[in-house]
Design a protein around this ligand. Structure first.
Ligand code: NAD
Length: 306
């Protein structure tokens, strides 16, 4: 059977596929026109957030049995069209949880200790010691919105920092909450009580602009808000207002309502915000895990259908 890998994958993933006896064709991010050609005789396609696996691509692949997405999110795959043909769509959502959690802490610490600001000032020739007064975390309260895979990893690290942990989720996993010493509360209480608020819910109609002007106003003046989940969960305009008018201390953002963030976006003009270009899952370890996990899932499905 033939597997098309249409995005860069860790070398170990190629080994896993070849060792399982599959023929592997690799072409990095082909155009739709080229993809239509490539899929004609393949049993599986593996992609990342690119290229797009459209209905047209699926219709052009008569032998296709499985589409694998290394990583999280299926936005680039026409899942409905795949379903109609009985083609399975799989991803590897757990592969990057720890990496996203560690980036969350990088953002929290960068905001709390004004790391990015200080670095910018030094490069500009300024020794901005007085302006870089920071906040200590031990003994403070962290509010984790979304206590799933990533939220749990963030909580484990919070425990090491000696922080009190508040949790908000529609599903209350008391076993994991107990393990990290966290307490489930309502969203408004979490926002009012927390010194650090971090978001780990998926983007859904129920979470779009979950953090809006009203919610930002509930937060403490010295609170840090971090979003490594999805941009539209925060109302960006309201956040800019909050950061400019000092309703909160600062924010750390890995995701945005518009990505890539436009060059002169108002967020780039603010000193109390730390910005990263959606790099939560960008670690060697997460990429390796994502590749191997997706290869193994694809193999399992192909073997079950052989
Ligand atoms: P998960 O499914 O394990 O956890 C999400 C949690 O959110 C679940 O416990 C769920 O019950 C809860 N939830 C869902 N809707 C809710 C609501 N309306 N209110 C409160 N809680 C709600 O997901 P995860 O693996 O922890 O990932 C969380 C999010 O992180 C993903 O959906 C993705 O958007 C984002 N993510 C970002 C990056 C990055 O590069 N920055 C990488 C991976 C994932």
């Amino acid at each position: 059977m033939k597997v098309l890998v249409a995005a860069p994958l860790h070398e170990k993933a190629f080994e896993v596929l070849k060792d399982a006896g599959f023929e592997v064709v690799f072409e990095e991010y082909p155009s739709e026109e080229r993809l239509l050609e490539l899929v004609k005789d393949v049993d599986a396609i593996i992609v990342r957030s690119k290229p797009k696996v459209t209905r047209k691509v699926i219709e052009n692949a008569p032998k296709l049995k499985v589409i694998g997405r290394a990583g999280v999110g299926l936005d680039n795959i026409d899942v409905e069209a795949a379903k109609e043909r009985g083609i399975e769509v799989v991803n590897s959502p757990a592969a990057s949880s720890r990496s996203v959690a560690e980036l969350t802490w990088a953002l929290i610490l960068a905001v709390a200790r004004k790391v990015a600001f200080s670095d910018r000032k030094i490069r500009e020739g300024e020794w901005a010691k007085k302006q870089a007064m920071g906040i200590e975390l031990e003994g403070k309260t962290i509010g984790i919105i979304g206590f799933g895979r990533i939220g749990y990893q963030v909580a484990k690290i919070a425990k090491g920092f000696g922080m009190r942990i508040l949790l908000y989720d529609v599903i209350k996993n008391e076993k994991f909450a107990k393990e990290v010493g966290g307490t489930f509360v309502e969203l408004d209480e979490l926002l009012k009580e927390s010194d650090v608020v971090t978001i780990h819910v998926p983007l859904l109609p129920s979470t779009k602009h979950l953090i809006n002007e009203e919610k930002l106003k509930l937060m403490k003046k010295n609170a840090i808000l971090v979003n490594p989940a999805r941009g539209p969960i925060i109302d960006t305009e309201a956040l800019i207002k909050a950061l400019k008018e000092g309703w909160i201390y600062g924010a750390g953002l890995d995701v945005f309502e518009e990505e890539p963030l436009p060059k002169d976006h108002p967020l780039t003009k603010l000193d109390n915000v730390v910005l990263t270009p959606h790099i939560g899952a960008n670690t060697l370890e997460a990429q390796k895990r994502a590749g191997i996990q997706i290869a193994e899932k694809v193999i399992e499905i192909l073997k079950s259908k052989a």
